[in-house]
Design a protein around this ligand. Structure first.
Ligand code: CP
Length: 376
């Protein structure tokens, strides 16, 4: 793997999920892969989970790790060509990238949407310069439009808490929900991603990637059991296991107020429902997230908060909405603003998965770094 940006970069999701379980079984078994190799993690924006989980994953693989907070101690970087650099920016990204690359073997970059230009953000102007000028494998640690390490961790979590999933064979005990019958005679789970209020304008990277990965999982599960690690799959440690019977399909629904329509390249075949209560009916997993206007139906409002959040508080996920679900699990990528996005009782409740979801960030990062080391 040379680039980790989109779901297709990970290849067969069933193999990737099996590999994630193999990492969990013994995360230190590939230390030889990272010996004398260095990962450089570059942050243009704040982070807790991504920073720590990716660093831990690299160390699990025996790597050395360098973390650079660009805005704390490095020279301020100019990113545009043709600019007369007479302001506060002392170094250009076009020199900084190859210099940084000379000190490492793999590069991870976090650079959020700037909301100055939708085109610049959606063309991934910053990350693409790292891909073009570093000569190193590059993995996205949340860019302007995607957060694939998060979405992969989310999928691992959904797999683990889905009915009948068992990476080592047999059935899970009590984490699953009552099963629905899917259209094809197998079982289906309903996953709902809901917009929720927030006082600030947040990027669309997390919902974009979650939608992209859920659509890929749903498409795959429509044809064959997704959560069944293939025989002889990654790591070779998993034989069979997963589902018994006709497989598990995914019904994926996105709900948000009008104006917050996500980019069609990520929405794909997902059902969009503007009535949040209706969307929640019978759901097995609720994935909450705020995002600012993606500029799809309202191009002039790209990156804006469309309404005073005080008027949108009925979208905050509470016991009222959870009551119409199929005893759904609650998910959020964190950090989360309590009683804006979700009430205290729901996030602290027995169906909340926010902590195992965050813990799976180490696992998703390790699968990605392992693949990149194997391809060096
Ligand atoms: N979910 C996530 O990416 O967390 P951080 O912003 O803390 O890295």
């Amino acid at each position: 793997m040379k680039i980790f940006q989109h779901v297709q970069d990970i290849g067969d999701l069933r193999v990737a999920l099996a590999e994630a379980q193999e990492v969990k079984r013994d995360r230190f078994q590939w230390q030889h892969l990272g010996k004398n190799k260095t990962a450089l993690l570059i942050f243009f924006n704040n982070s807790l989970r991504t920073r720590l989980s990716t660093q831990k994953a690299a160390m699990n693989l025996g790597m050395n790790v360098i973390v650079l907070d660009v805005n704390q101690g490095a020279w301020k970087l100019e990113t545009e060509r043709g600019v007369v650099m007479d302001g506060d920016k002392s170094e250009h990204l076009l020199e900084a990238i190859p210099v940084m690359a000379s000190y490492c073997d793999l590069i991870g970059v976090r650079s959020f949407a700037r909301f100055e230009s939708r085109q610049d953000d959606y063309e991934e102007k910053i990350l693409n310069q790292f891909i073009r000028y570093s000569g190193r494998p590059v993995f996205f640690m949340e860019s302007a439009t995607v957060h694939p390490l998060q979405a992969f961790a989310d999928l691992i979590t959904i797999a683990e808490y889905s009915p009948l999933w068992s990476p080592a064979g047999g059935q899970t005990e009590s984490t699953g929900n009552a099963l629905h019958r899917g259209a094809t005679g197998g079982h289906s789970i309903k996953v709902v991603m809901t917009w929720a209020p927030h006082p600030k304008a947040l990027p669309q990277a997390v919902p974009n990637s979650f939608a992209e990965w859920m659509n890929a999982a749903a498409n795959l599960s429509a044809h064959s059991p997704l959560f069944t690690p293939p025989q002889g799959g990654a790591g070779g440690g998993l034989s069979g296991g997963g589902l018994s019977g006709g497989g598990l399909s995914i019904d994926f629904v996105i709900t948000h107020p009008e104006g917050y329509e996500l980019d069609p390249q990520f929405v794909g075949d997902a059902r969009v429902e503007y009535d949040q209560m209706k969307a929640f009916e019978g759901a097995d997993f609720i994935y909450a997230k705020n995002w600012s206007c993606p500029g799809v139906t309202r191009p002039d409002d790209y990156g804006k908060v469309l309404h005073d959040y005080h008027t949108m508080m009925d979208w905050c996920v509470s016991a009222r909405q959870m009551a119409v679900t199929n005893d759904a699990h609650f998910m959020h990528c964190l950090p989360v603003r309590r009683n804006m996005i979700v009430t205290d009782d729901v996030i602290e409740g027995p169906r909340s998965l926010v902590i195992p979801e965050a813990a799976n960030r180490e696992i998703s990062a390790q699968v990605v770094l392992k693949r990149m080391l194997e391809a060096l």
